[in-house]
Design a protein around this ligand. Structure first.
Ligand SMILES: Cc1cc2nc3c(=O)[nH]c(=O)nc-3n(C[C@H](O)[C@H](O)[C@H](O)COP(=O)(O)O)c2cc1C
Length: 326
């Protein structure tokens, strides 16, 4: 495999190469989560050269209550679609495909109204209050909101949608044994802790139809004592692969997107490679890549199908072009 000019087909969509701009929350939306010119400019500058295979847009909240931070992007109402359309059109001018990323923060939120799988403080928010345990009726509202958000993403012209199930947000909170102590059908065995993921994916699929790319970003390990193990994360990915996802994006859970003691390029590499073999779906690997040569080496070793890059784009808007040229 090669970074350059090797397209990948994802449910009818052609990604022109294997380089992905990973989601980067930029806090550039309005207070109500609407797209601003500043936000559009951030993505225009990073995609104008047409060097990327895919952009996954920063996370957008599916319900006001599920907002993570101030000035986070919203996809929680039909009013958001117009601005998102302008953003998509700007990125499309370079021929770059773009996915929306949809999220519900739960207990990893700055807001006052926090819910989680169980009334347990989020390991990523140790100073926060104890969240309320979400009821089954509230879970159904969250699932419906994910589906409505995905429908809006499609209406706005996004080429696909990614469900955010990583980095300690609500879906991560259900999957991690550290934060899920439920005794109902959403707690206990791994299959149960994945029930919200399955319900979300099914509802999203129903909202967008069969012929629309659907990705899931999985927090595949917690790197914390008593947390989700790598083995469980790999098994979770294989279980989810049977639910009609087209692409798995591998990252961390309750430790966020960084791994304690690991900084090498592709620091979730063993998990991504195992998921790729076991789940039989294309995999995005993100974390620690700072050069085109590093990305290329990971592709050559068949660690993943696509390489995501995040922070390098904060340092250099033209990173993708430079990486491909080097
Ligand atoms: C400022 C910042 C914002 C981020 N926002 C998101 C986000 O909205 N959604 C998400 O899934 N990951 C988010 N991430 C994680 C990145 O997508 C990526 O996984 C992480 O930066 C590791 O990759 P890197 O080593 O190439 O930076 C964010 C990371 C940073 C540094």
């Amino acid at each position: 495999m090669s970074l350059r000019k090797l397209p990948l087909q994802v449910n009818g969509l052609t990604l022109p190469n294997r380089l992905v701009m990973a989601p980067l929350a930029s806090a550039r939306a309005t207070e109500e989560g609407l797209v601003t010119d500043d936000l559009i400019e951030f993505y225009r500058a990073r995609t104008e050269e047409g060097a990327l295979g895919l952009v996954v847009l920063e996370h957008a909240y599916v319900l006001p209550r599920g907002q993570a931070k101030a000035r986070q992007l919203s996809i929680a109402g039909d009013r958001t679609v117009e601005g998102l359309k302008r953003l998509v059109e700007t990125v499309h001018r370079s021929g770059t495909p773009i996915f929306a990323q949809i999220n519900y923060a739960g207990s990893f939120s700055d807001g006052a109204d926090r819910l989680s799988a169980s009334a347990v403080v989020n390991p990523r928010r140790k100073d926060g209050p104890v969240p309320g345990e979400i009821t089954e009726a509230e879970i159904a509202e969250v699932v419906a909101a994910f589906a409505a958000a995905a429908f809006r993403a499609k209406a706005a012209g996004f080429d696909g949608v990614e469900v955010h199930a990583a980095h300690g947000y609500l879906l991560s909170q259900f999957l991690s044994p550290l934060t899920n102590r439920r005794r109902d059908g959403y707690g206990g065995a791994l299959e149960n802790r994945l029930r919200l993921h399955r319900e979300t994916v099914r509802a999203v699929r129903q909202a967008v139809g069969a012929a629309y790319p659907l990705a899931l970003r999985l927090g595949a390990c917690d790197d914390l004592e008593g947390g989700l193990t790598e083995e469980e994360g790999i098994r979770a990915a294989a279980l989810l692969a049977g639910e009609g996802i087209d692409l798995l994006d591998i990252s961390g859970g309750m430790s966020g997107y960084l791994r304690p003691g690991r900084t090498e390029p592709g620091y979730y590499g063993e998990i991504a490679a195992a998921v790729r073999r076991r789940a039989g779906l294309p995999v995005i690997l993100t974390g620690g890549v700072t050069s085109g040569a590093e990305a290329e080496a990971l592709l050559q070793k068949e660690t993943a199908d696509l390489i995501g890059v995040g922070r390098a784009f904060l340092r250099d808007a033209h990173w993708a072009k430079r990486a491909l040229e080097a």
